[in-house]
Design a protein around this ligand. Sequence first.
Ligand code: ADP
Ligand code: MG
Length: 399
Amino acid sequence: MNGPAATATTPPAPAGDVAARATAGFRQRYGGEPAGRWAAPGRVNLIGEHTDYNEGFVLPFALPLRTVVAAAARDDERWTVWSELDDDPVEFGPDEADAPGRVTGWAAYVAGVVWALRAAGHTVPGARLAIASDVPVGSGLSSSAAIESAVLAALVELGGLDLPAERWPRLAQRAENEYVGAPTGIMDQSAVIRGRAGHALFLDCRNEHVEQIPFDLDAAGLAMLVIDSRAPHRHADGEYASRRRSCEEAARALGVAALRDVDVADLDAALEKLPDDETRRRVRHVVTEDQRVLDTVALLRAGRVRDIGPLLTASHASMRDDFEITVPEVDTAVEAALAAGAYGVRMTGGGFGGCVLALVDADSADAVAAAVTTAYAERGFAAPGTVTALPAGGAARLD
Ligand code: ADP
Ligand code: MG
């Protein structure tokens, strides 16, 4: 896991600078030089879990781990794309790009971007693209939004398209929802495209209002340890769907448009109106989690970065006990990191695996990572991945 502000304690594969790998891939596959290189980062959500579809608040930030696309326009209206994750390049033309589902597998994320641009009326230049990435795939760090956004940045510039960056998140999301067929909210693409170094992105999922919140870990002598739990995803899709259904039914029972409309001050009264203990716990998670996001934003605005620790840990307890979306691997990582002196620790992402975030003193990150690795070994879990990260910038041209 390379990158300016990322130190890997678990070596990534493949090795080497990610931008150099994209360029080397371009030269090897296509001959000649790329016209440019465009990068987009992975992201994590600092706090605000399962609040997005309840029209509430999230607070993601972009990681220094990036996906890089080396690209050049071509004369015909065709797109050839190679990724270091696959030996064989994939080529498609307008017919495939205009029919969601025609390009399958990983290249669908690229074809989806071409489709979304064309569907919005843009003339997309044919292009050759070579992709390398340090964002782990399928770990919940949003390698999918990273590949979409890097490709989007490349195609917009190669084609000289008139498309301001505020409109990119919606286009990349459409690529994933409608071409790939993966139902995701707007958070990932917003963080990956609009992320800013030293900041987290406060996003109101009801109206997509965004605000940059200072989150300068470096200046505070802090770092975020990102722990990949390596837990196998167990029935995550079905569990997600059932949580979502519970929340929607509860909102109907309470007579509100979405659970975001239940104020934490009115929570007890709202819970009394609900039919069963499980639904009450689901609602309590969402309502208190929205409030924790607001409290985190207030502390960060006041420059009190260390003080957000207890909110992170409370968020984890709520996900574990009320929303019931954690698994033994992530709970083990949280407990071990807290015992090793982290200020706050929580699972990030939809649950049933994925990554854990630990807010730590920068100079104790290695010790906390080692404590988690030891705890995993004691329980017989596969070794976790660990990387420290500072909030980084969003999608951009590299050179
Ligand atoms: P996440 O976004 O959490 O990493 P997803 O399942 O949403 O996980 O997206 C992962 C998928 O995105 C991969 O299976 C692959 O199809 C595609 N993908 C992401 N990064 C790359 C890449 N560098 N090269 C090719 N495909 C990629
Ligand atoms: Mg994804």
